[in-house]
Each structure stands twice: as C-alpha cells, then as structure tokens.
Design a protein around this ligand. Structure first.
Ligand code: FE
Ligand code: CA
Length: 524
C-alpha cells in the first residue's frame, strides 16, 4: 500500500458497483478497489488514549468529495499492544458517514500511559495498514525526555513530501506537530519559477466548496510519504490560512470579491473539511456549528504544550483601507493599528484561556504551538521602517500582552514554535525589543516548509542587522524540525531535504540550536 496511482474514471465506476473482495494476505489488503486509499492516522494523545482516524475512499477524487463509498459503511477498529495484533486490548465498530466526509474518528480510551500501541481498521473484509501511536506519560510522572517533530506548508504542486518521509523515520519521535498550511486552497496559480510545477492538482479546481476542500485533503492523504508519517506517530495539528484562504484574518477574507457573510460560509466549509480529515477529538473540537482547535497537552511534569488557533478570532488585517480588510502587506511601523490594544491575534477568550493555563502551569518547559512568526521583523525602506502585517508584527499590542503575560506568569522555560514563513528562524524574544541590556524572555523557532517556496534570502539577510534578536535565518531550504527535550535542555534541529523536486530526496542537518533550562532564549 506504499505505492499506488490515482484511479482512473473507469476504475471509479467499477469500484462503485463491485463488492470489495475479502482477501487478506499478511494483514494487507488485496482488493480490486482499496477502501483505505487515505491511510490511517492517530492524534491528540493523552495518558489513557488517543484518536484513531481513517477515511473510506475507494475513489479518491470523487467529484462529490465523498470518496466513492456507500453511506454508513461499518468499519471495525482494533488497538493492540503489539504490531502483530496478538493482544488486542480495545476494539469496536464505527461507521463511515457521508455527513463526516466518510471519515472515521475513534477516541480510544482505557489505555496505559507512556507506551506504544498499534491500530488498524477493517471494512468489507479488507484490512487497513497498521498505524503506531503512543499515549502520553501519566499526569505528574517525572518523565525525563521526549522527542517530537514539526512541519508546515506542504504545497502539493511545488514538490514531493520527502520531508514527511524523513520525519516518519525519526526514531522514537513521539508525535508530529502540523503547524498549518497542511493543504493550499488555490489552483492554477503561477508556480515557483526555480522548480516549475513538480506535480499537478489535475482535475481539482480551487477549493471553495465543502466537496472541493474534501478532495484537496483526499489528494494529500493519497501521498505515500504523508501516509507513512501519519502511520508512524500521533499528529497534533493546528491550522493556518491556506486551509481556508491566503492571508484571511478572522471573518475578513483577503480580497474584495467576497462579502464577509459569503466568506464566513466558505470558512465554515473549510474548517469542516479540516476537522473531518485530521485525527482530532471531535467531542472537544466540534461545539455545535463552531470549531475550537486550541487545546493543551501535558507531557508528565516535563512540558506543557499549548496549541493555538491564530486565525479564527483575529482582528482585521492591520493598517488596511480595503472595505473587506485586505490581505497581509507591508505597513509602516507607526501605523496606529499596530499599537491598538483593542486588536487581538487570538481573540480575547482564547487569550484568557492561554494565560489561565500559564498561570496554573507547573511544567518544567512551556511550549507554545502556533502558526505565525512572533518576533519583530523590521525592514528599512526609503519610506521608513515597515513590517509584514500577516504575522504578530501586524498585532503589536497583542504581542506585547503575550510576552508581558508570559513573563508575569512566571512559567518555566517558555519556547514558542511557528510555521507559515517557508524558512527556518531561531530567535530570542524580548519584553522590550531594541532596548539593550535585557535578558530574553523566550526562544522562538520557526519551521521551514515541506515544499513551499521561501521568501527572497538576500532581501531578508540584508534586513538582519536591524533585527539582532533573529539569531539564525535560512529561506533556501525545505524540510522540518526535530526537537529533543529533557529536563536540562531543548535541542532544536533544522533538517533540510536535498531537493523538493526529487521523489527520493535525502535529508541532512542544516542547523542546531539549544535552549538551556533556567536560561531563557537561545544558548547557541
Ligand atoms: Fe505556507
Ligand atoms: Ca500561511
């Protein structure tokens, strides 16, 4: 099941009318029409369990976005303590409903903390591939170390997902953070000139309906490298803009072509497809017609992870005079919006939730898992200094609240993660940027893209002397980051793939950075 091609129209017609033969060889499916084209995934681990996910889609790109399976298909699931399923400890029956895009989410509980499990699904006599998941340590357990990886920005047309393949091979990685731009909604746009279009969306139009958002995830989940990564470790996913639309902010779309009411409808369909296609705890994420993806994970006493939603509750883009808000853009640093305390990046409710969590945290490390660059990045231009507004740079007062509260709460060893920028960054975060003689409050790591093209390296490098808190920057490499956390230090490693246009790209260490416990900011 690790390699296959997209089915033709003809095989869809055959697959839709012929019963799937019940043949199992060494636990792998032998079927004329494979129901498990989307692989399996686990996610949001807890001390007693995790979510397991699959989606039944014999016809991957079916025009209605439903994958070509009948509605209400029964799907059996099994969780075992060994990869050969000799000891099955939990099992049950789920149903793949069209109302959920033919996805199956099972919130598995009753498991033991801090150990691996294996899981699989069976429908119509066909077994899925086997996935591996881990539970988190018991609450209060004095866990000594954890390894995890993080990725962002996987544009299908711009390359192969070799970064995902190499992440899947990271030994003992206990979970994968997806920081956003897991899909891109657009189609038929110009592609990176240096690579050309590596692969195509084919018949898929721009995603702006529920069916077409679903088809976009379906295409991604047919990718063998992404399937391998999901099968290897639990996912913890947040969204950024391209799960909906480029640079949208709250209920404000980027362009003038969408009235807000119409954009909010589009956004709801996009959120729905995300929730269907990610291994999320639906009991927590779906609140009636609303979606809440901010959540918290404790890793014993070692670390608290706060996952944020940096899009849904935002104020409009800063310093924009378009009636619909406009998209991210360069704005003068003295534009009044940047200092306006009534503007919010997280929404005030989510800010309170975060700050309450920090005030109660007794973890040795506190990691903020979110979408956009926090550190100031100022460009000197002939017209004066400017900032890019589709980052925390467009929300200066909200950023100040975040950093002030981070320090005032007294949380131990804060570290923030971001994606979105298609480049690696290792930064120090200060309470008063530009004022000398201070100690940093936190370290920030920005993860480069799986495939998406980076911003112009020379333009950014030229701006770095004016931004000395940015200690490392590279926009020429695609890849991911690996983190090794123990009680004394966080070792952060930027991993670069050799060539996004090469299906068999290799990987190498691009840069190492360290944060030492008790000493905020980057040690190296
Ligand atoms: Fe991106
Ligand atoms: Ca983005």
């Amino acid at each position: 099941m690790s390699s296959f091609s997209l089915p033709s129209r003809r095989s869809f017609l055959v697959g839709a009318t012929v019963a799937v033969p019940a043949l199992l060889v060494h636990g792998r499916a032998l079927a004329a029409s494979d129901p498990f084209t989307q692989g399996v995934a686990s996610g949001d681990p807890a001390p007693d369990g995790f979510v397991i996910w699959t989606r039944i889609a014999p016809d991957i790109l079916a025009a209605d976005g439903l994958g070509g399976a009948p509605d209400n298909l029964p799907v059996r699931w099994e969780v075992a303590t060994d990869e050969h399923f000799r000891t099955i400890v939990r099992h049950g029956d789920a149903v793949a409903r069209h109302a959920m895009g033919a996805a199956v989410h099972v919130e598995v509980g009753g498991l033991r903390p801090d150990r691996p499990y294996w899981y699989r699904f069976v429908t119509q006599g066909v077994s899925s591939e086997t996935g591996r998941a881990w539970t988190t340590p018991a609450p209060g357990a004095a866990t000594s170390a954890v390894r995890f990886t993080a990725a962002t920005c996987s544009h299908w047309e711009w390359g192969y997902f070799s970064a995902y393949r190499h992440m899947a091979r990271e030994e003992d990685s206990r979970f994968t953070l997806f920081l956003g731009d897991y899909i891109y909604e657009s189609a038929g746009r110009p592609v990176a000139p240096e690579t050309g279009r590596v692969r195509s969306y084919g018949e898929l139009p721009e995603a702006d309906s529920l069916a077409n958002y679903r088809r976009r995830y379906a295409l991604h989940h047919s990718d063998p490298d992404l399937r391998a990564l999901h099968a290897a470790a639990p996912a913890i996913a947040i969204w950024d803009d391209h799960e909906v639309q480029d640079d949208y902010s709250g209920i404000w779309s980027k362009g003038l072509q969408f009235a807000s009411a119409r954009f909010v409808q589009r956004r709801a369909m996009a959120y729905r497809a995300f929730v269907e296609n990610m291994p999320l705890r639906l009991s927590q994420v779906m609140r009636g017609a609303e979606y809440r993806i901010n959540r918290r994970m404790q890793w014993g006493t070692l670390a608290q992870f706060d996952m944020l939603d940096g899009r849904q509750f935002r104020s409009p883009p800063a310093c924009s005079d378009g009636p619909d808000g406009g998209k991210g853009h360069m704005a003068a640093i003295d534009c009044p919006d940047l200092a306006d305390p009534s503007r919010t990046f997280l929404g005030f409710e989510q800010e309170r939730w975060l700050y309450d969590g920090w005030n109660r945290s007794r973890a040795r490390w506190n990691l903020l898992v979110q979408n956009l660059l926090i550190a100031p990045m100022v460009f000197d231009t002939p017209k004066g200094p400017v900032v890019w507004t589709d980052s925390w740079n467009g929300f200066g007062a909200a950023r100040q609240r975040l950093i002030d509260t981070m320090q005032a709460s007294g949380i131990a060893n804060p570290v923030t993660l971001a994606g979105d920028y298609h480049s690696f960054w290792c930064n120090d975060l200060y309470r008063d940027f530009g004022k000398g003689g201070q100690r940093p409050v936190a370290a920030e790591f920005v993860v480069s893209s799986v495939t998406s093209s980076g911003p112009p390296e020379s333009f950014y490098k030229a701006a770095m002397p004016a931004n000395p808190h940015i200690r490392y920057f590279d926009s020429t490499h695609r890849g991911y980051m690996r983190f090794d956390l123990n009680r004394d230090r966080l070792a952060a490693r930027c991993m670069a793939i050799s060539d996004r246009a090469d299906r068999h790209a290799t990987v190498r260490v691009l840069h190492d950075a360290v944060v030492e416990a008790g000493r905020p900011g980057l040690a190296t």
